[in-house]
Write a protein that binds this ligand. Structure first.
Ligand SMILES: Cc1cc2nc3c(=O)[nH]c(=O)nc-3n(C[C@H](O)[C@H](O)[C@H](O)COP(=O)(O)OP(=O)(O)OC[C@H]3O[C@@H](n4cnc5c(N)ncnc54)[C@H](O)[C@@H]3O)c2cc1C
Length: 359
């Protein structure tokens, strides 16, 4: 292995990077990436759904004390509470389907831990695929081991300069990194000790300070140095915050990047109101052409709707209808016929296409 060919899916640029060692850390895609080098890495992936409630129902993680099963954990995240999860074997790392039984099971199981929680408003659902390495005895679903393996393809397959790190959990990723680095260092003849266990990772520039304090953003808005127009009422995000976040990128970010940085569009309206305001600020600040702004809004609306779709009842259904009215009828051209329907399809949304300029 001498390197990799890279393609930037946003800008379309391609580059070739050569390296003495290449690490395959592609999670559930690890089998597919190894196959590019003609190597077999067998994965027995498992998909799981999660549901976010519109309230921070608990202030600490609550986990049922029983053998791992569906819907046995509640995790406070910022202003919301996330319930998880299910475990369904899948061959497709892009399989982020959520079946109706998964939502019902998660809500039913949460009710045992927090009676009454089923009546809370569920805001959105999403799913991910767990990378599970199958060396031949991994078991299926919850029986499968969640440990990680580091595969030295020189010793295993006779392909030098190539290592895969497969399986594992988010809670073990620094250990995974340490052991992978140690193997690479041994191959390169480097004897320096690994420091990942001792170094505190720098916070990304736009992230809120931790631990979470529910009133922090309101307090900053009322008493902070840079108050400004409120753009996202649900998550209390102001125009100066958006402008600062935009300035941290060297090219216009997707609205979903702003969402991850600032939680914009993650509250009860799911971007129904703020997406257009944020899109307009991005257009003004970054000077993006109108058709690109429309494409960015379309991608954002599609993805938000994809997470709301499995939870269309009660308040959420009313809100989704209102959001759809605003997006489809008021902002007419933002959505194309079939956009929202395709958002509910069991595949991730495609990146924004090169929409032609608006007439
Ligand atoms: C539903 C669910 C619940 C979970 N719950 C827990 C939990 O409670 N506790 C816990 O510790 N862990 C949990 N995990 C597991 C944990 O999140 C994953 O194991 C972990 O994120 C895997 O990390 P990774 O870095 O190996 O892979 P990923 O985080 O999947 O990263 C792989 C990266 O490779 C990129 N990639 C793939 N192919 C290519 C390519 N060809 N070119 C360039 N890039 C590529 C992908 O875009 C991705 O960014 C959960 C996972 C899921 C899905």
């Amino acid at each position: 292995m001498v390197g990799a060919r890279l393609r930037d899916n946003k800008g379309g640029e391609e580059a070739t990077v050569t390296a003495r060692m290449v690490v395959n850390a592609a999670g559930p895609w690890a089998g597919r990436v190894a196959a590019l080098a003609g190597i077999g890495v067998s994965m027995k992936n498992s998909r799981g759904a999660l549901v976010a409630l519109n309230l921070r129902w608990v202030n600490t993680i609550v986990n049922r004390c029983r053998p791992p099963g569906d819907g046995d954990i509640m995790v406070p995240v910022g202003t919301v509470c996330v319930l998880g999860t299910t475990s369904v074997p899948t061959d497709d790392p892009f399989d982020t389907r959520i079946e109706p039984w998964e939502v019902s099971r998660i809500l039913e199981e949460a009710e045992h831990m927090a009676p009454g929680i089923e009546r809370t408003r569920a805001l959105r659902a999403w799913a991910g695929v767990r990378p599970i390495y199958d060396p031949g005895s991994a078991g299926v679903g919850r029986e499968a081991k969640r440990t990680f393996s580091i595969l030295d393809h020189a010793a295993r397959d006779g392909v030098g300069g190539f290592v895969s790190v497969v399986g594992g959990k988010f809670t073990t990723y620094r250990l995974m990194a340490e052991q992978t680095s140690d193997l690479i260092c041994a191959r390169l003849g480097v004897s320096a000790p690994c420091t990942t266990a001792d170094e505190i990772l720098p916070a990304p520039p736009n992230m809120q300070a931790k631990p979470h304090f529910l009133g922090a953003r309101l307090s900053r808005l009322e008493h902070g140095a840079t108050p400004g127009a409120l753009i996202c009422e649900c998550e209390i995000v102001t125009r100066p915050q958006i402008e600062r976040a935009l300035a941290a990128y060297d090219r216009p970010p997707a609205l979903n990047d702003l969402r991850r940085d600032l939680r914009i569009g993650m509250g009860p309206c799911q971007g129904g109101f703020c997406a257009f305001r944020a899109g307009a600020i991005r257009h003004e600040v970054c000077g993006t052409p109108a058709y690109e702004t429309v494409a960015a809004l379309r991608e954002f609306a599609q993805r938000r709707f994809g997470g709301v779709y499995p939870l269309l009842w009660g308040h959420n259904l009313r809100q989704a209808m209102l959001d759809e009215m605003i997006a489809r009828r008021v902002m007419g051209r933002v959505l194309r016929e079939g956009d929202l329907e395709s958002a509910a399809a069991p595949r991730p949304c495609p990146p924004p296409d090169d929409a032609p300029p608006l007439p």
